[in-house]
Design a protein around this ligand. Structure first.
Ligand code: NAP
Ligand code: SF4
Length: 672
């Protein structure tokens, strides 16, 4: 008997039944545009279908040329385009799941000069001003949606999802922010939602009654001049009457300055808005955003906040999420930590999406789990992300791995990351590593400092994943007792004074500032999150925004770098703004172009733009990058061919967990 009965309860839609209550949310992977990418996309979906997902929604496909998000983005308007789609639908059906095509018209978010919208109002996140659609253009677009849905049906899809949220085309008609029309598609609410109702009716007419139509409804816009709660409810009723089968929840426009999916967002932070609509419509409702464990999904469903849950990134992190949950093995799930580093950040950089904790995602045809016919004994030096991911993968492939770690616990830099307020999800990755080590019977020797004698212990191979150490600086006065490095602050928890200067504003400088600014007493509750980011659960204004309620840090914190550009430019593409904004909320002073002169009993003396000043601080924390721990590797690699090096020990510059884990998994496949 599964511990998650509500997740595995089938959902009868009248004409078809979903085998469980989990929808894999739409994700663009980048495979869609690759040559031969649909074959790889089919393998990607197959793994998730075999992993137990009840209903998959594809990445967005435009119903016409102007709606394409980019000039070469996918569009479905012609019969000759169906072959690739049939490959996807056949594969998913054979694997026992269902699949819907998401129809996504970008409107003013489309990144090309032919974009269109309700009105000619440029979005703050696009350089292209849209053209306001004519009445004829609207009518043609409605027909394009219907034709696209009909083609999806011909391709074997079980349904379509019509994207009406996140500030895309239909959302742009609904909200007064972007709809300044004075004809029958603008002005009063009934006019603004007319295109949505017409689109749904046109789609239903073309596809008949036995085809799933999901409408993704923006329930919280998080922008000024967004919808009111009354309007959201009225629209939901209109969607029901117009023939939709399911309403999915959309949270936040892309231009909103409220975090909606990042790791700082508490789990299930927005299920309350889906539950508000439960008594208003009879259609099944889907809760979304930051649902990443079976426990959370079960609690949403059991408390009847929603009829289904949507998870997207958790299926990048672990395709077998649902099978593991059903078998009561949730401790073996590789949990999505909501970092965005290998998924959304990649998509926004036009790179292939994958997953930081599971680099095999979207590389299903490259990494296959074929047991080795030639098992080796392998020593791994270092139990950080690189060493552990190597060990788990190599042991899964049939090798005999022993891990040596000099500390009393496994985890390496993850033991630092998990201490940062808002990065608590790293605990889950550590739990996953521990559970897999136990399941696979990997030997781990803690408190063990490895020396040259490892070469005499009879291992076939030695893998150095010995990580990094903080870069030592040579600023005059660096030996002053008020100087600490980030490991001493974040891991050893050395005491830090009330006035602090942080040297180095990379990821770790920002993390250290966040740790100190939130004063180690961060309360990651939903109410705190809502107050800090100005989210109004009472929906008193359009867009559900309110004035932020911010408590400044009681520490004085300076965050410094030598570069003259603004701080945090190299942080994650989709999350950097959140880190910067959070530090501003706490009153952290950011200084660029700093030349470090000396450290003395008064504090830290710097010069900026030719002006010399002393920052009166009690503690100076060094976050100036890393150096590789690779001395033993260098000694042994000269005398033994079977010595390997991965992660920060190999190249310290810009090492992060994404590269460390990818290198671990990639090397392990040399032992298959
Ligand atoms: P990093 O990103 O390379 O940043 C190092 C910082 O130290 C920079 O601000 C650099 O700026 C400064 N610096 C470098 N050499 C210096 C020197 N000799 N003297 C004084 N300052 C110096 O390294 P990190 O912060 O240690 O992060 C390591 C990796 O982990 C990075 O790849 C990072 O992206 C990743 N990470 C990311 C996150 C996140 O995205 N939230 C969090 C943690 C870690 P100047 O040269 O301008 O002074
Ligand atoms: Fe989740 Fe990060 Fe993986 Fe994206 S890269 S799926 S956010 S763990």
């Amino acid at each position: 008997m599964t511990a998650f009965p509500n997740i595995f309860e089938p959902l009868d839609l009248g004409f078809t039944t979903l085998k469980n209550r989990v929808l894999m949310g739409s994700m663009h992977t980048g495979l869609e545009e690759l040559k031969g990418g649909y074959k790889r996309l089919a393998a990607f979906y197959k793994a998730r279908a075999l992993g137990g997902v009840g209903l998959i929604v594809t990445g967005g496909v435009s119903p016409n040329f102007t709606g394409r998000l980019e000039p070469f983005a996918k569009q479905l308007s012609f019969s000759w385009q169906l072959k690739n789609h049939r490959m996807l639908t056949d594969t998913v059906h054979q694997a026992g799941s269902k699949i819907c095509l998401q129809i996504l018209h970008g409107g003013r978010y489309s990144y090309h000069p032919f974009n269109v919208s309700a009105s000619a109002i440029q979005s703050p996140i696009s350089p292209f001003k849209p053209r306001a659609l004519s009445l004829r253009g609207i009518s043609k677009t409605v027909n394009d949606y219907a034709k696209c849905a009909q083609l999806a049906q011909k391709a074997g899809y079980d349904g379509v999802e019509i994207m009406g949220s996140e500030g895309y085309f239909l959302n742009q008609f609904i909200a007064p922010r972007t709809n300044h029309r004075s004809d029958r598609y603008g002005g009063c609410f009934e006019n603004r939602i007319r295109i949505v109702v017409e689109t749904l009716r046109a789609v239903r007419e073309k596809v008949g009654p036995e085809f799933i139509i999901i409408y993704r409804l923006s329930m919280l816009d998080f922008v000024e001049e967004g919808s009111t709660l009354d309007e959201v409810i009225q629209l939901a009723k209109g969607i029901e009457q117009a023939g939709a089968s399911i309403i999915n929840t959309g949270i936040g426009w892309h231009e909103a300055r409220v975090p909606t999916i990042a790791t700082q967002v508490p789990r299930a932070a927005f299920s309350w808005i889906t539950s508000r609509l439960k008594s208003e419509v009879n259609l099944p409702l889907v809760a979304t955003n930051r649902i990443n464990t079976p426990e959370i999904a079960q609690s949403i469903l059991a408390s009847k906040q929603a009829d289904l849950v949507s998870m997207a990134r958790p299926f990048l992190a672990d395709p077998d999420f649902l099978n593991k949950a059903e078998a009561n093995n949730s401790h073996l799930i590789n949990t999505c930590i909501a970092c965005n580093q290998a998924c959304l950040d990649h998509v926004f950089q036009r790179k292939l999406a994958s997953c930081l904790v599971n680099p095999k995602a979207c590389r299903e045809t490259e990494f296959t789990l074929c047991k080795t016919s030639k098992p080796r004994t392998i020593a791994v030096v270092g139990a950080g992300p690189a060493g552990l991911s190597f060990a788990i993968e190599a042991q899964s492939l049939g090798n005999d791995v022993t891990v040596f770690e000099r500390h009393h616990e496994i985890g390496g830099q993850f033991n630092i990351a998990k201490e940062i307020p808002g990065k608590e999800e790293f605990h889950e990755t550590l739990r996953y590593f521990k559970a897999q080590i136990k399941r696979l019977g990997i030997q781990v020797q803690l408190n063990t400092l490895i020396d040259e004698s490892i070469a005499e212990q009879g291992f076939d191979h030695i893998v150095f994943a010995s990580g990094v150490r903080p870069r030592a600086l040579t600023i005059p006065g660096i030996d002053n007792p008020k100087v600490l490095d980030y490991q001493q602050v974040l891991y050893q928890k050395k005491s830090v004074g009330e006035r602090v200067a942080i040297i180095g504003a990379g990821g770790i400088g920002f993390d250290t500032a966040t740790f100190l600014a939130y004063n180690c007493s961060h309360q990651h509750t939903l109410d705190h999150f809502n107050d800090e980011w100005g989210i109004d659960k009472y929906y008193r204004q359009r867009g559900a925004l309110k004035a932020k309620e911010i408590t400044a840090s009681n520490k004085t914190i300076y965050l410094l770098q030598r570069k003259t550009e603004s701080l945090g430019k190299n942080l994650g593409k989709t999350t950097g703004w959140i880190h910067r904004q959070a530090l501003r909320h706490k009153g952290v002073v950011m200084i660029s172009g700093a030349d470090y002169r000396d450290i003395n009993d008064e504090g830290l003396t710097i010069s900026t733009e030719g002006e010399i000043k002393t920052l009166a601080v009690d503690t100076i924390v060094i976050c100036a990058g890393q150096e590789s721990n690779n001395e033993l590797f260098k000694k042994l690699s000269g005398i033994n061919n079977h010595v390997h090096i991965i992660g920060g020990a190999h190249i310290a510059s810009e090492i992060d967990a994404k590269r460390a884990i990818l290198e671990g998994v990639t090397l392990a496949h040399q032992f298959s």
